[in-house]
Each structure stands twice: as C-alpha cells, then as structure tokens.
Design a protein around this ligand. Sequence first.
Ligand code: ARG
Length: 844
Amino acid sequence: MSQHLFLPLVIFVISPIPEAFQDSDCGRPEPSARIMGGSDAQPGAWPWQVSLHQGGGHICGGSLIAPSWVLSAAHCFVSNGTLEQASEWSVLLGVHSQDGPLDGAHVRSVAAILVPDNYSKVELGADLALLRLTSPAKLSPTVRPICLPRASHRFAHGTACWATGWGDLQEDDPLPLPWVLQEVELRLLGEAACQCLYSRPGPFNLTFQLLPGMLCAGYPEGRRDTCQGDSGGPLVCKEGGRWFQAGITSFGFGCGRRNRPGVFTAVGPYETWIREQVMGLEPGPAFPSQPQESQTGTWESREENCTIALPECGKAPRPGVWPWEAQVIMPGSRPCHGTLVSESWVLAPASCFLDSITSDNPPRDLDAWRVLLPSRTRSERVSRFVPHENATWDDASDLALLQLRAPVNLSAAPRAVCLPYPEHYFLPGSRCRLALWGRGEHALGPSAQLEAELLGGWWCHCLYGHQGASVPPPGHPPHRLCPYYQEEEEAGRCWNDSRWSLMCLEEGTWFLAGIGDFSSGCLRPRAFSPVQTHSPWISHVTRGAYLEDQLAWDWGSEGEETETQTCPPHTEHGACGLRPEAAQKGTLWPWLAEVHVAGDRVCTGILVAPGWVLVATHCVLRLGSTTVPNIEVYLGRAGASPLPQGHQVSRLVISIRLPRHLGLGPPLALLELSSRVEPSPSALPICLHPGGVPPGASCWVLGWKDPQDRVPVATIVSILTPRLCHCLYQGILPPGTLCVLYAEGQEDRCEVTSAPPLLCQTEGGSWVLMGMAVRGSQELFAAIGPEEAWISQTVAEAHFLPPSGSPYWPPAGSDLCPPDMAGASGSPQAAALILLLLTPLIQD
Ligand code: ARG
C-alpha cells in the first residue's frame, strides 16, 4: 500500500466529515500489519474491525462500513427470538489489544440495531445486523471503513481471504491476555464444495444444508477457522488494491474440524437491504464496483470437485506398528513410552519424569533428554515439559506434554495419533490394542501388545464402580474404559509392573482412547482412564494436536437408551453376577463353567468366587466310588459363539468340599481351583442369595442340550411356592428343595445329567444362583440359601447379597395340599428320585 493514499485520510480526519462518503475511502488499511490456527494481527492492519461489548465484555465482532454504521451478525443481538436493547451495547473502534490502555481506540454507543425481518436462527440464514452509532466514528489510520460488494459482485472460489476477531483460539479455549486481535487466512469454498463437505456425517453426526445468502470459507482439513466470539466479524478479500467484505462470521460446527468449514453470511446478496436501512443517513457505506481484473475468477465453474479430507492422524501400516510411538530417553533411567500427538508434542505419563510423585519441581536436565521417533535417524531434543496440573495426585491425570525443540515432518512415520473429543463414544465391540505406556524396556515388538475389544460402558462402569452408581450414557465422557483381552497371567506376573495405553480403531483410524494405571492389579479387564477428558488440555497446550471426530456412528441399541442405568448391588468382595451385554461375543454367562470329571463326564459348574466353583455333588462324585476323580474346570467357553482359545481359562481342581449333613447325601459340592481366576468378562463370579426368591426376579435354568457342543441355553421358569412344591411332591422332599415350573414344551431344553443351575436376575440387574439340579431331575433344585453358612465358611469371598424377600421356608405340612393336587406327580420316577436323594454318598 502506498503512502500518498495515507495523506488525504489524515486531512479527512481533521476536516469535518464530507457530505458524501467516497467509494475510494473504503477498504484501504494503513500499510504495515483467531480465530483458530491464526496469529496476532499487526496494529492497524484491519482498521474496520470493531469489538461489540455488552456488560463490559467483548461478545461479538463487527465491521465499520460507514462513519455511523457497523455491520455484524443478527444472532449476536437476538436471544429467544427478541432483539436486545441497543443501549446495552457499545462499539469499540480502533482496538488492537483489548487489555490495558486502548490507545487510539474510542467507544461509541449504539442508537439502533436493525435485523432483517426474516432472521430467525443462524442455520436459516439472514444472519446480519446493522448498528447505527449514536455519533459518527472518528476516522483515523486505525479506524476506517471496509468496502461492501454489490449484489453482482462475485468472489472467485479458492480466493484467499482473511477473517479477524477476538474469538476463541480453539473450541472452549478463549484468547488469552493481552487479547490481541487475531487474523487467519481462509479460502472461499464454492457452494457445491461446501455442501459436499457438509453432506458427510461429522461432528455430532450432523449434516447441514447450505442456503442462499450463505458462504463457506476454510479448508477441508480444518484446523484454521473462526470460532466462538468471532461472530459478526468480517471476512475480507483483497481486489484491485482494496478490501471488500465478502462475509460475516456466522456459525460452524465446532471450530476447525475436518470437513466442517466456517459458515458466513454472504454480504453481496444483502446490498439492497443494507442500502434501504442506511438510507437518509449520509454518508452511507461504499459499494465500489468490482475491479475489472477480479471478474475473471472461477466463480462460475459449477464443476467444483468435491474433496473430502481424510484424517491426518492415526493411520498405522498395520496394527501394532505405531508411527506415533515415542520413547523418551533420560540419562540413568529406563526409557518412557509415550505417543506423538502433533508435529511438536509428545504425550507421556508425568510419573516417568517426576522423580518423586510429591515433587512437582520441573525437571532440571531437560537438555539431556532425547526422544526417539519411528523412521527418524536422529533423536529429537526437548525444549519444554508441561505436566498436567493434577498429575501428582490423580492417576487419571498422570500426563505430561513434551515439546520437541524442532517440529518433525509428519508423514507415514512419524505420524500423530488421533485424540478423541470429550463427547466421543467408543462403541462397545470396537477393536482396540493395548500398547506399552510409561517406563519400560527398549525392545518393543508386537509381543508387547495385546489385542482387545472394547466392552460396554455399563459392564465396565459397574465392575469397577460401586453399586447404585449411575452409568454415563453414550456421548457423555465415560469414567473408565474396559477392553476385553486375553488372560495375561501366563508367566504368573499379571503384568503388574507394566502400564498400557489403549488404542482403539474406528474406520481404519487409531485413537488414543485411554491410559492405564497400576492400581487395578490383576483385575481384568483393566480399567483405563479415558483420554477424551484431557483432550481440551492437550489441544490448549499444543495448539495443534490432532483431535478427530468420532468416525463410527452406529450406536445401535445402546445409543437409543435414554434412561440412566445404575449399577446392581455389589458385595464387600466387589461386583458379582454382572452379565455382559449381548453385543460382546461369547461372554454371555461369565460364571458358567464346564466341569470335566475324569476326562469323560461334563457337568455344569458355577463360579462363586475367584478360586471356587459350585457343582451338584452327584456330578463329581459317583456312588460307591472311593477315589476322588481328576477334575478340570473351564471358564470362558460357554457362549453363543465360543471365545478364541486365549480367552478361555482352565484350572485343575485341588479339593472337593462337602457340607457335613447328618444322614443326608449333601447335594452341593465346592471345588477349589488350583489358582484364582481373576474377574474378567469370561470369568466373573455370580452372586448368591441367602434365601427366598429375590422380589421381582426372573428365573432361568441354564444348561446345554448337547453334551458334545455345550452351547448354553437358558429356559425361563417360575419357582413354585414352598407349599405348592411340597404338595406336588407329597412332602417327601428334603428341606430346601426348590421346584420350578416350565412353560409348556420347554421342559427338556437342557440335558439333565449335567446338573444345570437355577439362576435369577434380580430387579437391580445382578444374577443370583438359586440352586443346582438334583440328580436326574428337571424340576427340582438343591437350594443355595440353606447352605449359606457352609459356603461362606469355606469360601471367604463368596458373594452373598443381603437377604431380601421372604425368609427361607420350613417344610410345610402336607395337610394343606389341595386334594386334587396331592399325588399329581407321585410318579414312580419321582419316588426313585427321592430314594436316590436319600442315599448317602461317599464322604471324604
Ligand atoms: N457463532 C459463533 C459466535 O457467536 C461463531 C462461530 C464460528 N464458528 C466456526 N466454526 N467458524 O462467535
């Protein structure tokens, strides 16, 4: 910009405002001079930029279009359908930094706010407003109007234009002091290109229809955009040496997100409306005709190509080969495994670097640290260390960011991992991987990783959470994430000394979903702290980390669940009887065990504690036999589709415990396993009930039809009242026998010789073991309740729930039986059965 243009304007300032405001006076800033992804503007570079204040603070931007007129966005002034009072607003002109003395700046109050009649809400367009100032602005080198385009003006697609404002630097990340005006270069997107981007489901799974009078500017890949607080501000393009205002910042979806460019109100189409409003108050805005040379742009080409941007982060050549894997090397200690989150920043656990967890002094030897990245021949140096403010006391915030001295080029490798936005919902069943995190060995390979599958939020939350806790619904940040993976106890070390990060895959893109800690011990699945809650902090510090939208949106039935779920009762030993959602393959009955006796017989067993399985005695001990058979227990086998071998758990039985009943063959036996089976989706103990049927429960007999295939089938039954039971069987039952009634045709759904269990699901949602089938019977079950004392003495960790419902019943007199019922089932089989029951079994 040349000097001679400057002089007339100085004269102009000290002279009274001329009668007619000249076209040539607009859009020419002094020679010199977020907005997201932008930078500080030079003072005076955008002299038409104004700040609109309400209640003493900046609310919106605007542009000076004539000495007494400011152009802005309607939505800044309309709340709940009503236009706010002009007197509440003031206009700051000639401001650069909004902190401290506003030298050269001056303030005007607003006489009137004018909004098009057809404005209702931003998505429906007409989002513009005119503010009439109570007195004209003092024009100066830092206060000058912008030129407005005529309705016939065409801005070419792809033109580089500039947006300016004091808005947020990123979503929920306000511009810090000293609040210096930000500028960002944005490219005009044609209507077709913009509509094409918005037609792809993206943030919040929303698509949107671009309307006439709207304009898009930005980039398919995002990262540079206007943001909250920039609204009303101008989008200006330079043509023929002067600046024209092409758009007014109106709205967007998030800020700087991929395929979601900012939406602006196009100014040209409102030429007539603007002229009508300002009529009579001279001088009005300038609408210079479009310079000749700019009329040859590509604006007419309807053949714009539709370029969808793909994620720039999280692409791995194959699972387990992580291009974002970063190792921080410090003299004298084991390397620390972290992950590359941008071209300049590595995320790692803060505990790797803070010598003692109580000292939060910044590390002194930063100079000696090195970062190893994939495909880089030399190590990187570190210039800054930023621990999370809660890192020293909160495991879930054990994070630190390390800035590399020089940014690395992101390509196939190294590449940054994607970070989830706070509202991300990783679908149950997502494919994930556990990767080393924190202090570890140098040598890394796929062996240091575990394949995993994400479990449903309810199951994870309730396994770790406490009873009655409400489970965060999909779309709310979860408290923890649980991946389901292979038993890691092989070497008996339970990986106690290593930490893991959790990477999850969506549409071929890997996200850092969670970070693990040490505290969960051997409990499986390990709980991971969600990273999504930290993403705002990470992007605030790094200003360039790759936050990526959710890429898989098929929430299925879980997404529709609106009522809050709460966790079923726990016992003092933790969670029991939590049945995973059907979505998780092969894990439907985590307490159901196959008990293989001496290699040939297979019975049903139920896991009642980490090292104990309950069975029907007749299954494991044969009449007359004096040897204790060789028994093996398999867990994680039973399921609709069998689990991969690695998810199965097998244990040898080292002892059989029987209650000591005088004169009666004890119907139940406890099997002690050779080692504990840590709780996991394939092996979780069931709850036990001291007596009575839990009120409101629904009850099932669980077994398999085919002794070879052993696919579990559950048949719903009703448990008869003790009186009815007693009558049916003519009082010949041992105390505490439960009788059930099947729906017609459902009687022989499972094989009797395996001694199927009788389970109930309580109103609270937990599954409770009620009994085990007595020998040869479909309908009679030996109840657990009466054996409470024996079971809890033998198995300290048995999960007895607090008693509920009616107390356990005493044998009732047969005289109470309705006459037509007595003897109804007094069949020879029943008699034989009773005899068997009464025959003492061998005792140890
Ligand atoms: N409506 C916002 C405001 O009031 C402007 C948002 C612009 N967002 C965007 N992604 N371009 O300040």
